[in-house]
Design a protein around this ligand. Structure first.
Ligand code: SF4
Ligand code: SF4
Length: 157
């Protein structure tokens, strides 16, 4: 569920440190997304433990050159199961969310990393920090599902 990039201009400085997630405007909420692309990866869940592992097999709409959804506005026409994260559904989605995801960090009362574009002022800092999936995924239509476990990634990457 990568969100659409919005320039943080017009947002209050370090608003995420004082404003609860539930009180954020849509622009503030969307600006929290660091653009790592890890929520667009297919996951594998251990049936016994419920533990979730991320694979580098990306959703069919993920463009790993830009590290964004190629059809964000109309994605549900193609991927109806794509989850729309909101303050009210964060709790039930935490189990699969990447450890570095800004929404997860703030929900758990943790600070954002220095490489977060809201702090660095540079949307590419997430890529330079080696945290994103830019140029690092495989398309889901090329890899049979029974081979996904050969492509697990460690977190944080
Ligand atoms: S449709 Fe796929 S690529 Fe687009 S936001 Fe959802 S998971 Fe990511
Ligand atoms: S994992 Fe979180 S921060 Fe990274 S792209 Fe997805 S929503 Fe944005």
């Amino acid at each position: 569920m990568t969100t659409k990039p919005i320039a943080p201009s017009g947002l209050a400085p370090r608003f995420w440190e004082t404003k609860p997630l539930k009180a954020m405007s849509r622009a503030e909420w969307e600006a929290l997304c660091d653009g790592c692309g890890k929520c667009c990866l297919n996951k594998l869940e251990d049936e016994d433990t419920g533990e979730v592992a991320l694979t580098r097999i990306a959703c069919r709409l993920f463009d790993d050159a830009t590290c964004r959804c190629a059809q964000y506005e109309i994605r549900h026409q193609f991927v109806p199961e794509c989850i729309v994260l909101e303050p009210k559904n964060l709790d039930k989605n935490l189990y699969w969310m990447p450890e570095t995801c800004a929404y997860k960090l703030l929900h758990l009362g943790k600070p954002l990393y220095d490489w977060h574009p809201l702090i660095s002022g540079d949307p590419d800092s997430v890529h330079r920090a080696g945290v994103s999936m830019q140029n690092a995924t495989l398309p889901e239509f090329e890899i049979p599902e029974d081979e996904w476990e050969d492509h697990l990634i460690e977190e944080p990457v």
